[in-house]
Design a protein around this ligand. Structure first.
Ligand SMILES: [Fe+2]
Ligand SMILES: [Fe+2]
Length: 271
């Protein structure tokens, strides 16, 4: 398993605006963290509850990796969110709604829909993962190192297992209309509106929303040529195709580069 970055976040008491030159992005990542522990817990419950492939099935190793990685993410982001509270943020409005969403999906939807929203969520986190990696050098120059490395690690693992839930959905022979419907639910209910809410709630509290820098950074993050808005449109059109498969997006270069750089770091530490 990949080494988890240090989560000794209390060395950095104040997590507000952890990327000083990019306050919108700083709170976008915080907002993602706020919903992650609930949603990742549900993904684990749904996956193991509905039935994993047998150990000799080709999907089995990928599913085991998926479960291990999401369990680790959930643990790390639980600590991360505690640190946000210590930093002075009030986060209840976001976490209570995320809990409510998780409750509704758990109790009022079919197994196909549950796995569908997980697969859709993985596709959306893949889009954000690519954005994070494309901006990583910018973050390197000025940001909280601990938080930056947590997101770097998390983004890489999201890119690594981006096909797992999609393949799991098809392993159970769930149908295309459910894939579409659950993608719409993830995009326009479970994830994007929750991120917008989280950004607003956090940015009002740290006052960044009242600065010009915040809005300039928001415009860049969403509408620059590789911005998230365009990537979301492109990714959605792709996902809605009946013959889509996540392997169309080859993320292996990101994963290999990350693992190589970690290996080089531990080699230079040892020597
Ligand atoms: Fe994750
Ligand atoms: Fe994931």
């Amino acid at each position: 398993m990949r080494k988890i970055p240090s989560t000794n976040l209390n060395l950095y008491k104040n997590l507000s605006i952890w990327i000083p030159n990019a306050p919108f992005e700083a709170n976008l990542y915080h907002a993602i963290s706020l919903i992650l522990p609930r949603y990742e817990q549900k993904m684990l419950e749904f996956t193991t509850g509905i039935g994993m492939p047998p150990a000799d099935h080709p999907l089995y190793p990928g599913m085991v990796q998926f479960v291990q990685q999401e369990a680790a993410h959930k643990r790390v982001h639980t600590k991360y969110n505690q640190q946000l509270v210590i930093s002075g943020y009030k986060i209840d409005i976001v976490t209570v709604i995320a809990d409510l969403n998780a409750y509704i999906i758990t109790n009022f939807t079919t197994n196909a829909f549950k796995i569908g929203v997980c697969a859709a969520g993985e596709h959306l986190t893949g889009i954000i993962g690519v954005y994070y990696e494309s901006e990583y050098n910018k973050y390197l120059s000025n940001s909280n190192k601990n938080i930056r490395e947590i997101w770097h690690w998390h983004a890489i693992e999201e890119l690594e297992h981006s096909a797992a839930m999609f393949d799991f959905f098809h392993y159970h022979k769930f149908h295309y209309p459910t894939r579409l419907l659950s993608y719409l639910a993830s995009s326009f209910w479970l994830i994007n509106p929750m991120l917008i809410l989280g950004i607003i709630v956090l940015s009002i509290q740290d006052r960044s929303i009242f600065t010009k820098k915040f809005w300039k950074n928001a415009a860049y993050t969403l509408f620059s040529p590789h911005g998230l808005f365009w990537q979301f449109i492109k990714g959605s059109v792709q996902y809605m195709r009946r013959d889509f498969h996540p392997s169309e997006n080859d993320f292996s270069l990101y994963v290999e580069a990350y693992d190589k750089s970690r290996a080089a770091k531990s080699y230079s530490k040892a020597s």
